[in-house]
Ligand binder design. Structure first.
Ligand code: PCP
Length: 392
């Protein structure tokens, strides 16, 4: 038995690649084309139906992979929200093609997967801009990418993530409530809630799961009576077979808690939460726990294309059909208003250059922001955007 997982060394050494890149490298070397330099440009080529923007995520890891080689890398800042426009350069890698050809697979995989997760989280966060969100999706994905998923959901705007490794990798304290298993093992909800309260440090909010054996309203009142002022919230993860009208169940719980003087108790909802349910429930729920919808989002298609080749010291525009030849610079006027200009020309309308040098001959020359800073950047842009139309 083994885990079918590539190691960090497999990825950095270029062994997580498509065979045609390895063969291309071999051919270029054998045919004396090792010194050919290229500019490889990355673009968002496609997004799921009704997506009007994407959150560019995964830059730190892409740079980590590329930093093993003597290349220059330009990029827009991680967390930038941009429209899906295949003319917009989001990253440019410059160097001898043989020095990095086999890394394209891993770099695209990182950018596409991270951006898809962060974009989904951001869409959900924008729909519940006044709610809080915790990412519960680790059980929906392969375990070795747990830190990447937590990071992307957090950058997309979620307030918390449940993974224990998030503390080590992201400097975020994990958040969570309690599983049904705790209550089932005790065989008694009140005993389980009280045990949680006795054992777990006081700084951890007491959020009682209230759907295990009985009606949510009944269990919510029992939890409030059992823990009193210490009860921070109740979580409803009502099984779909019992759900009927989830919003009405939540409203009834809220009403009853308020009536009994437990206005401070927050409502946490989880289980199958997606864009549409956030829109429906956001007025009656304080905190959402979201898993599969974010862990398994629809794909954001990012592609890479050679757009210039260097001959006799001069950069010559070239590209496959369907792609605009010549490297491009990117300037930003406002949130979704960008201007794309040929690499050596100056912009006509937008003043701010957003494509900056991050790696110089593989060496990091720009300080990378921490995940919480990238998240703040995402939120500052999200607040300016209209609410998306739910897609699931
Ligand atoms: C909740 C739910 C899903 C988790 C959250 C994420 O788990 O049943 O498994 O939901 P989503 O993927 O549908 O968004 P818990 O209630 O904590 O799970 P358990 O029943 O194992 O205690």
């Amino acid at each position: 038995m083994k885990l079918y997982t590539a190691s960090e060394n497999d990825i950095l050494s270029g062994r997580v690649t498509d065979i045609y890149f390895a063969r291309t490298k071999e051919i270029l070397i054998k045919k004396g084309l090792s010194d050919v330099e290229v500019r490889l440009e990355f673009h968002v080529n496609g997004v799921p139906k009704n997506y009007e923007w994407v959150v560019y995520t995964g830059l730190e890891e892409a740079l980590k992979v590329l930093s093993q080689r003597p290349v220059n890398v330009y990029s827009i800042p991680e967390g930038t929200i941009l429209p899906p426009n295949s003319m917009i350069p989001i990253m440019v890698v410059e160097g001898r093609y043989v020095d990095f050809v086999e890394l394209e697979t891993a770099v695209l995989g990182i950018l596409r997967h991270s951006s898809a997760v962060a974009t989904k989280a951001a869409r959900i966060k924008r729909l519940g801009i006044n709610n809080k969100f915790i990412f519960f999706g680790l059980r929906a994905a392969y375990p070795s990418i747990a830190p990447m998923l937590d990071r992307s959901a957090y950058i997309g705007g979620f307030e918390g993530v449940s993974g224990i490794l998030s503390e080590e990798f992201l400097d975020i304290k994990p958040s969570g409530t309690m599983p049904h298993s705790l209550i089932v093992v005790f065989g008694d909800s009140i005993k389980a809630w009280k045990a949680f309260d006795e054992v777990i440090p006081e700084e951890v909010p007491r959020i009682a799961l209230v759907d295990t054996f009985e009606d949510e309203r009944v269990e919510a009142v029992k939890a409030a009576n059992a823990l009193g002022k210490k009860l921070s919230g109740v979580r409803l993860d009502t099984p779909s077979s019992r759900r009927g009208n989830f919003k009405e169940i939540i409203k009834e719980v809220r009403w009853t808690l308020d009536l009994l003087g437990y206005e401070h108790v927050r409502i946490v909802a989880s289980g199958g939460i997606n864009e549409r349910s956030v829109q429906q429930l956001r007025d009656v729920v304080d905190i959402f726990g979201v898993g599969t919808s974010v862990a398994f989002p629809q794909s954001v298609d990012i592609g890479a294309d050679i757009v210039e080749v260097r001959k006799d010291g001069r950069w010559i525009p070239i590209s496959k059909r369907g792609k605009a030849p010549g490297a491009k610079k990117l300037y930003r006027c406002s949130l979704l208003d960008y201007e794309v200009v040929p690499w050596n020309l100056t912009p006509k309308k937008c003043p701010n250059n957003v494509l900056e040098l991050y790696l110089d001959e593989g060496k990091l020359v720009k300080e990378l922001p921490k995940p919480h800073e990238i998240r703040e950047y995402v939120l500052s842009q999200l607040k300016e955007l209209p609410e998306p139309t739910p897609t699931d």
